[in-house]
Design a protein. Sequence first.
Length: 448
Amino acid sequence: MLPKLTRLMLLFSLLAATACQTSPAPTPEITRLTFTYWGSEMEKAAIEGMVAQFEAQNPGIEVEAIQIPYEEYLARITVMMKEGKTPDLGYFPGLQAPIWAQEGKLLDLTELVQTDPMFSTTLLATRYYYGGGKIVGLNTAVEASLLFYNQDLFDQAGIPYPPSDPAQAWTWEEFVAAAQKLTVDVNGKHPGENGFDPEKIATYGAAFDKTYEGWTFYPFIFSNGGQVVNEDGTQLLLDSPAAAEAMQALADLMWVEHVTPTPLQDANLPGYVTMLQTGNLAMHISGHWSLLDYAATQDLRFGVAVLPKFKTPVTVVLGSPTVIFADTQHQEAAIRFYKFHNNPEAVDLFARGLWMPLQKAYYTEPDKMKFWLDNPAHPVEMRPAFTDYIVNYSTPLPSYYLRNYAEVLDQALRPAIQRIWNNEASAAEALRQATQAARPLMQGRWDK
């Protein structure tokens, strides 16, 4: 038997060795977020890349990004909520966001937007309001109405490109004159020439997306001095001479000048983006998101310009908000992801042309601008259309602030606009009827 002292020394050595062994590190707790969104396969790839980058920089957070078709979005989210699987955050249709916020389904982000250094510097036009000036969310990104054009067609016609500087914006008359020269039928005839056949046009001079949310026609109403609603949001003002003149001018592009496809002709055409890419359309009034398709097309010489003006240059800011759902159990992590996905330095959809930033600094400060403008999608000579135009010549659509706007659209505006585009009524008559139909639907403004 070992001496007592030796046994004690061995015991102390064993205890010391045991104490020196490294205890296994505890498994870190993972926060799992669900983020829902819509968009093309190109947008899906970009979102997945953004999520991977976020997770790499935030190792304690995992994000499940679920793509849902826009047409199914509200229904799918409603089902997820009933099943107790409400997302933490996601895109949300702008017309419904204030209503859901009022019902307590979405978080009030007012304090966050007002106090957070990143959110407080966003353009005011990107804020979705509800309930007396409260903020339910910010645009996922800025979108705006712009003029895209095929440079080859302009070169062939010997016409200078439309300006990208809002201070040099074409007048409406200059725009129409260019569209007439660029419109050619199958026999090589232009509108106004003997033998021109408006039913057999090979190349259209101009086209505008005929949606009823207003992002293709409101800019021209505003440009002409018209307004959508009165100060407190209780009356539509679209029956004004200024609004009627602008809307009639758009309709006349189809039915008088014959430079734009009619709704019936649209049904047999492949789509305006495709037509501009193939040389069958010279100018396309569209949302900024079309830049992603045009910039991705090899060998397409296209340009981006500001819209033509009536009295003053104007574009509209649009886009759906990203929201945080009230049922989230991970509010801090959701806010962190929210901020990350709005960062032009983290998401390549800004540089590729689908999105524009929310913060004013990215339009005015050179070191910030480079993160999303130093690329082929944003040529230097066209940058005023992406910067100065947005900051100094834009206004938000009524969907950001007008209560009950979804019903106003469905029951008053859409039927009237359809009649104008189909040449079934003059703009003055249709807008007068729309204003009357909207009277019992008007409920004021969310931002007041």
